[in-house]
Design a binder for this molecule. Structure first.
Ligand SMILES: *Cc1c(COP(=O)(O)O)cnc(C)c1O
Length: 458
């Protein structure tokens, strides 16, 4: 199977290429040339599998030219061996709500589910055998720690993590900055996550720099992240065993929910994919009006979703514009030059067939966390609370699964504010808190950051 860019269908790439590059050379996102569609009897067979076997089947569709099935299974098995849950994720009934907990990995957010597999893929694909690979990653708080945990102390790999200074929770920061390994570099940028993401994208587009440092990336624009996340949509739907389930997904960069869209394209019976955002609601606006116009990032209680440039949306655009790479390029150019683009009514109609969207503000988040604790003695983190609140705002859907994306401990200040409760330290994080933090604070200035990286890698 080949891969191409959303902005140019004629260039071909292998899985290994796109895994390493993350972003296409023309600035577009990679997509596969074919998508496996399961029929009813195949779905029935998949529904009997354990999480690891299901993950092996689904991910294999996208990487079989570079990784064989037996090897893939070993690599996935190993990736999930240190998760708290044997089946990786946990589907729970909280009152009459379905909650899919995705945060039982080593850094307590759903990002671990893809990142632990990716860490093993780097080793397996031997990308770092001859030359040191420098992985540059932008984080709104959880991707960075998941990447560090997955790549910590791997041979011939350096990881540079850019996070927005003072705009992530204390626990999020500490998990990243207390690692102390020689191959991990934490950089706090004086700016927002959008600034961090832009710096990383611009570095990818700078061929000379990219080649010089042998750069690679693991942000959610990396296709390997998406394919690992498709799995739990299947897993949850099989467990619930009903047709036309909807999923309420706390959304920032549109990666997680796009994985749900892929599951639907692969034949899983999904009704609506519900985009749950905080006040940074560019996705809600584009889904409801067709206008994609990034605003200024507004810090919220759910910092991992404080995003205004929702990169993976470009993958959906490609699909709803009938895979017209020229049109995608034109819209992306509009975005760059004019600061927005506008979709026609027909495109909006197609999006609305699959998606709906609502937002929740900070005050509502606190009330949701408080009420659920009172009613069910269950504590949500602010991101999951956003999806929870949105699922209640949307009517006329039958069965909704809420994706739980982070453990409440990561946002203990917010939980305390809402409920008065101190969340207990989970086992995975014992002794993070007392260790010394190491990070450098840099201006939001790409040449300064490039110099920093060059200095550390020389
Ligand atoms: C990253 C993240 C999100 C948003 O996921 P996207 O794939 O960027 O839409 C939601 N919740 C938490 C806790 C996250 O870390």
């Amino acid at each position: 199977m080949k891969y191409f860019s959303t902005r140019n269908k004629s260039l071909e790439f292998s899985f290994k290429d796109i895994f390493l590059r993350g972003l296409a050379p023309d600035g577009g996102l990679f997509l596969p040339s074919e998508i496996k569609k399961y029929n009813q009897s195949e779905l029935k067979n998949l529904s009997k599998l354990s999480y690891v076997d299901l993950a092996t089947e689904i991910i294999l569709n996208f990487c079989k030219d570079d990784i064989n099935k037996a090897q893939l299974k070993i690599l996935i098995d190993k990736a999930y061996s240190n998760f708290k849950s044997k089946e990786v994720v946990e589907l729970k009934k909280i009152g009459n709500h379905n909650l899919l907990e995705l945060y039982h990995g080593p850094t307590l957010a759903f990002k671990d589910i893809a990142m632990q597999v990716i860490g093993n893929m780097y080793d397996y694909l031997k990308v770092s055998k001859e030359k040191i690979v420098n992985i540059i990653v932008a984080t709104s708080g959880d991707t960075g720690s998941a990447a560090i945990s997955a790549l910590n102390d791997r041979k011939n790999i350096n990881v540079f993590v850019l996070h927005p200074h003072n705009k992530i929770s204390n626990i999020q920061r500490k998990i990243m900055t207390t690692i102390g390994s020689k191959n991990i570099f934490n950089i706090a940028i004086e700016g927002s996550f959008d600034d961090c993401q832009k710096i990383v994208k611009d570095m990818f587009n700078d061929n000379e720099f990219r080649e010089k440092i042998n750069m690679s990336g693991v942000n959610s624009i990396n296709w390997a992240r998406i394919i690992c996340q498709i799995v739990y949509y299947f897993y949850a739907a099989f467990k619930i065993d009903k047709q036309n389930i909807s999923f309420s997904v706390p959304t920032g960069n549109f990666g997680d929910i796009y994985a749900g869209y892929m599951a639907k394209k692969m034949g899983l019976s999904i009704d609506k994919l519900i985009v749950a955002t905080n006040e940074n609601d560019i996705l809600r606006r584009v889904i409801n009006t067709g206008e994609y116009r990034p605003g200024k990032v507004k810090p919220s209680l759910s910092p991992s979703m404080d995003i205004q440039v929702s990169s993976n949306f470009e993958r959906l655009l490609f699909d709803i514009l009938n895979e017209d790479d020229k049109k995608v390029s034109l819209l992306m150019n509009d975005l760059k030059i004019k600061g927005f683009f506008k979709l026609d009514l027909n495109s909006v109609k197609i999006i609305k067939k699959n998606f709906c969207a609502e937002k929740i503000n900070d005050e509502e988040v606190l009330a949701i966390i408080k009420n659920l604790n009172t009613e069910e003695k269950f504590i949500l983190d602010p991101h999951t609370a956003t999806a929870f609140g949105v699922s209640k705002k949307i009517n006329n859907l039958s069965e909704i699964v809420i994706l739980g994306t982070a453990h409440p401990y990561k946002f203990l200040e917010t939980v305390k504010k809402a409920t008065g409760i101190e969340v207990k330290l989970p086992k995975q994080l014992s002794n993070v808190l007392d260790k010394k933090e190491r990070f450098d604070i840099l201006d939001n200035n790409i040449s300064k950051i490039k110099n920093y990286i060059l200095e550390k890698t020389s």
